[in-house]
Design a protein around this ligand. Sequence first.
Ligand SMILES: Cc1cc2nc3c(=O)[nH]c(=O)nc-3n(C[C@H](O)[C@H](O)[C@H](O)COP(=O)(O)O)c2cc1C
Length: 223
Amino acid sequence: MDPIENIPDNTRTMVTMIKVVALSGSLRKASSHTGLIRAGSLMVAAIELSKRAIEGMEIEYIEISELPMLNTDLENNGTYTPIIEAFRHKILQAHSILFASPEYNYSLTAPLKNAIDWASRPPNVWAGKAAAIVSAGYDEFGGGRAQYHLRQIGVYLDLHFINKPEFFLNAFQRPRKFNKDGDLIDEEANNKLKQVLLSLQELTLRLQGKKADPDSAQVLKSC
Ligand SMILES: Cc1cc2nc3c(=O)[nH]c(=O)nc-3n(C[C@H](O)[C@H](O)[C@H](O)COP(=O)(O)O)c2cc1C
């Protein structure tokens, strides 16, 4: 039975469901960035069940490893090969985007830029969406330079990034933040990730002219 059915009527409110598409810029099997997305998705799934916090958000992880390298010869009068069409459709259908963006040589990774470029081709399917970025790197600014490059790209694409909280993680500092499979095992980072998701939810609803749950808004004021 749906656990929500068991909640007394007077504690239930109408919740607007937002769809978040999550992309990882790392193709590694044990990627910490894909791990951040997994943690975010599990958090939301657990939250749906336990009614702890973020209600009204569903996160879908989208693989980008199979996308061909961008080549406009693969376009035909505004149509694309099926794998690209499917990817673009997923982005179009989403209300907002969660980018888990590693930093490679002070910028975002080639696979992530490639995916972004495909969905930017006419019509640009990123336009008007809310977005958030999370990253882990080898210092305190963990992936920060890649994040700011991504924000710059977002100006042209008309993406609306949350400003706060920013999520940078030093993945190489002890105690370990991820296990060998790339799962997030750090409670503080997990809590921060939750704040990012709440902020993304709030901005997404604001862009749609709707209001977030006042409790969530209260939590965000303290970020
Ligand atoms: C080609 C390459 C370049 C990198 N450059 C940077 C960098 O400029 N800054 C940084 O913080 N980490 C850099 N790294 C480290 C990765 O960002 C780091 O290992 C990250 O955790 C990888 O993410 P993943 O676990 O999701 O694969 C680089 C790694 C590679 C493979």
